[in-house]
Design a protein around this ligand. Structure first.
Ligand code: MG
Length: 379
């Protein structure tokens, strides 16, 4: 079996959603989702396609290694590794279909059929940041069956900040943030798990003050309290609070995660297979974390196809914490119709792992054509 073509297209979804199609000389094709954003589809077609056409798509890891090695200097992160993740996912889809097994089987098998999900609700509706709006939005997520929800606390009190870029938190901001989280807990109680994301916006000292104020709300995790690049700073925050600290959605490849895990600078990882190198790279990172008895959550800002790929990796690791559902993309009401596994992917607030060959889903090409980004053509 040989790869004869590699195609890319971009849909206008919640973000610019990027898809990769790998075609073979035996009529089997595979589809994957790369990281969202501009520039990815160009990287797939102009840089990566010439590296793998003519090769056997079932050699997924060697092809991944080849793509990383031949784009050296650009593949330690960013657009290139985001593009490689999409191609890698499509290769797994081909390999699974060619052999007649689901991708998770090729990864060593599944620990679970249903995956715990946390719904990222973002903020109040229309990005409103009042206690009432946050409480209302939390109740919507719970009403939809989700047992864990997440809010973005950065940017929730900008009107009270001393300076837009200094990484600091004023006392007035801290007061408002505490009130927002209190309102959510008041609305949903303590049976529902609650996560808070800071998007790496704060300095060590001020985010420790925030964590101290939020400890009483028994969070599932506090995410990216500081940027992930300085692991000593991350470690200082982690050591300061009883709230589990989660980071990793902007960290790339095993190399990027290694010292974060080895020094245990966080309590749990956040692995985004679409930005960190793909399905197998994500599993390897989770396995490395498990050597330190550290849980791994799987971050998603992709469409349901990318979530399916993420679920195959997540099902095949022992130390899964939960996978993220970008619930705040709910204004893109057509997104769940993009893929079909034969049953709803979300049931009782859990993600149901597809069981068919490859990724185990069909891709709705007609729907994709309706939502192409301007200037992009179909595969
Ligand atoms: Mg995040």
């Amino acid at each position: 079996m040989k790869i004869v073509d590699v195609k890319a297209m971009t849909l206008k979804g919640y973000k610019d959603w990027n898809y990769v199609k790998v075609e073979t000389d035996e009529g089997i094709s595979g589809i994957g989702e790369a990281h969202p954003g501009e520039g990815i589809s160009d990287a797939v077609v102009k840089r990566l396609k010439p590296l793998i056409v003519g090769k056997d798509p079932r050699n997924v890891e060697p092809l991944y290694t080849h793509m990383i090695d031949r784009t050296i200097g650009q593949s330690s992160g960013g657009i290139m590794v985001g593009a490689i993740g999409g191609v890698e996912t499509a290769l797994w889809d081909v390999a699974g279909k060619a052999i007649g097994v689901p991708v998770y089987q090729l990864l060593g098998g599944k620990y679970r059929d249903r995956l715990r999900v946390y719904a990222d609700v973002g903020r109040g509706r229309n990005r409103t940041n009042t206690p009432e709006a946050w409480a209302e939005r939390a109740k919507e997520g719970v009403a939809d069956g989700f047992q864990s929800i997440k809010f973005d606390i950065d940017g929730s009190a900008n009107e009270l900040q001393h300076d837009p870029v200094d990484r600091g938190l004023s006392l007035a901001e801290l007061d408002k943030m505490e009130a927002l989280v209190a309102a959510v807990r008041e609305a949903i109680g303590y049976e529902i798990d609650l996560c808070i994301d800071c998007h790496g916006k704060y300095n060590v000292r001020d985010v420790i003050l925030l964590a101290q104020r939020l400890e009483k709300f028994q969070l599932m995790f506090l995410e990216d309290p500081v940027p992930p690049e300085n692991i000593e700073a991350m470690g200082k925050v982690t050591a300061s609070t009883s709230i589990p600290i989660c980071t990793g959605e902007w960290v790339h490849r095993r190399d990027g995660f290694r010292r974060l895990i080895e020094t245990q600078a966080c309590d749990m990882l956040h692995i985004d297979i679409s930005s960190t190198g793909g399905i197998l790279e994500g599993k390897k990172i989770a396995d490395l974390a498990d050597l330190y008895y550290m849980p791994a959550a799987f971050h998603n800002i992709v469409s349901p196809l990318g979530m399916v790929a993420s679920a195959h990796a997540a099902a095949a690791v022992r130390n899964l914490h939960a996978i993220e559902l970008p619930y705040h993309a709910d204004q893109v009401d057509w997104r769940w119709e993009l893929v079909d596994s034969g049953e709803p992917l979300i049931q009782e607030g859990e993600f149901v792992l597809p069981q068919g060959p490859g990724l185990g889903v069909s891709f709705n090409e007609d729907l994709a054509r309706e939502h192409l980004k301007e200037g992009y053509s179909f595969f």
